[in-house]
Write a protein that binds this ligand. Structure first.
Ligand code: SF4
Ligand code: SF4
Length: 448
């Protein structure tokens, strides 16, 4: 019986971490459904980008108020993990405040955790007010209705509860230290929880132990719950922001990817030395052709996108900074780059569930990303200005998904809007986007 709490703790820990590992495997499997892409170049620059954007939060502070508040929550989250480490060791070994022998260092640590916990509570309250009382535009766009709104609020509530439990646990602990209760060594400093002490006046030691143990258990179980909730939430960015910024685009933002097969074809057409009677590339053996034509041009579903784009989708924090800068969205068009990312993630999750339910292989469900999630109207509303990629605090590239889906519409379905079709026809026939013969190009000089 003496070891029952330790055994119970170990079981809860194993279940919590085991379920998390199961979800991580599911996540990795889903991301790997994307096409391969070579992102092995320039590792030094990639590490720098990750350190700057994910660790240093440089793009968050562009908007100072949410940037600083987010920084507090982020630092609080990282530092509080040290305290979680102590809780885990205590839970497994049956000790209490195992790091207490660190003496004054320990006191400073506990004191700073408390201050951070308090600042996190302040930040969470401000975040809640911005979402629910002030109702900032970017938090009330159509794609934020339903689950995304509930998810954002739920995360705030969980953080609030976890920090409060931590402070209650410390306050009860200190009271027990004061009365010299068994097991409660004199350790720690309590700059914030000292304000909770008065609520415990006159409470018996047994009740204080119940309060302290109750807060301790709820705190660690809450943390394990939060860890497992991540997979179902936009909060996955806590973990994925790091690989996502590492694999972020290094080329100039405006650079669009050309299809190798098409580039090759055009170069052949333009090469004056090319043999006009040569066999078409598709008739040659793969090696001689020098390239393999893709099975499909562009993307109509998530499995046509590459794995970095799918990683992007899982990393999206749904902050809406992209949408709030998007000229198409600002002028009332249907497009929201945030929704592009949310739709991609939702469809990827649907494909993942389909695979899980069909013994590891995908059964056609008659759906796809195009039309069932993202409409053509949204895709063609994009001006390809890159304001969204510039604004994103975690280096997500919604434009690349839009362009790949447009490529599918143009090259596989010839379904570009009529204005674009006219322009492309003009380029083909006249060498310019305008409907004038090349011979008439200099007519303007004769006009009076
Ligand atoms: S690139 Fe497209 S989606 Fe992104 S901000 Fe510009 S118009 Fe909006
Ligand atoms: S794509 Fe980036 S900016 Fe847009 S909502 Fe997601 S995280 Fe925020």
């Amino acid at each position: 019986m003496e070891y029952l709490p330790n055994i119970l703790f170990a079981v809860i820990l194993i279940i919590g971490i085991g379920f998390f590992a199961h979800n991580v495997r599911k996540l990795a499997r889903n991301i790997k459904l994307g096409k391969d892409v070579d992102v092995s170049e320039n590792k030094g620059q990639r590490w720098k980008n990750m350190a700057k954007v994910a660790l240093g939060q440089t793009k968050m502070v562009v908007r100072p108020i949410p940037g600083i508040l987010h920084f507090l929550v982020y630092v609080g989250f990282i530092i509080i993990n040290l305290e979680v480490l102590e809780i885990i060791i205590d839970g497994l070994l049956g000790t209490h405040r195992i790091f207490a022998p660190l003496g004054s260092v320990y006191n400073v640590l506990i004191g700073s955790f408390e201050i951070l916990a308090f600042l996190v509570i302040v930040a969470v309250v401000v975040f809640w007010i911005r979402r629910n009382a002030i109702k900032l535009q970017r938090f009330i766009k159509p794609e934020m209705k339903g689950w995304p709104k509930k998810d954002a609020d739920l995360i705030l509530y969980i953080e609030l509860v976890l920090m409060t439990l931590f402070l209650i646990m410390n306050a009860a602990d200190f009271q027990l230290q004061q009365v010299g209760a068994d097991h409660y060594t004199q350790a720690g400093s309590f700059p914030i929880s000292q304000f909770i002490f008065p609520f415990f006046d006159g409470i018996s030691s047994q009740s204080l132990v119940l309060i302290e143990r109750g807060a301790w258990w709820l705190h660690i179980v809450g943390i394990l719950f939060f860890l497992n909730y991540l997979y179902y939430s936009k909060h996955l960015h806590i973990l994925l922001a790091f690989p996502n910024t590492y694999y972020g685009k290094l080329e100039a933002k405006g650079k669009l990817n050309n299809l190798d097969s098409v580039t090759q074809e055009v170069m052949l057409m333009m090469d004056p030395d090319a043999d006009p009677y040569a066999a078409p590339a598709e008739d040659l053996p793969a090696g001689e052709a020098g390239m393999t034509e893709p099975e499909k041009f562009g993307a109509s579903d998530v499995t046509d996108l590459n794995w970095v784009q799918l990683l992007n989708a899982y990393t999206c924090t749904e902050c809406g900074r992209c949408t709030s800068e998007c000229p198409a969205n600002l002028t009332g068009k249907k497009l929201s780059p945030r929704k592009i990312m949310m739709d991609t993630r939702d469809r990827l999750e649907e494909v993942g569930r389909n695979i899980n339910g069909n013994k590891g292989s995908f059964e056609d469900d008659g759906k796809q990303l195009l039309d069932d999630y993202i409409t053509r109207e949204e895709l063609w509303a994009c001006t390809s200005c890159n304001a969204c990629t510039e604004a994103c605090p975690v280096s997500i590239d919604p434009l690349s998904i839009i362009m790949d889906m447009r490529q599918y519409l143009v090259m596989e379905q010839s379904a570009a809007p009529s204005d674009l079709n006219n322009m492309m026809g003009n380029i083909e026939n006249n060498g310019a986007p305008w409907p004038f013969n090349q011979m008439d190009r200099l007519n303007w000089k004769d006009e009076s």
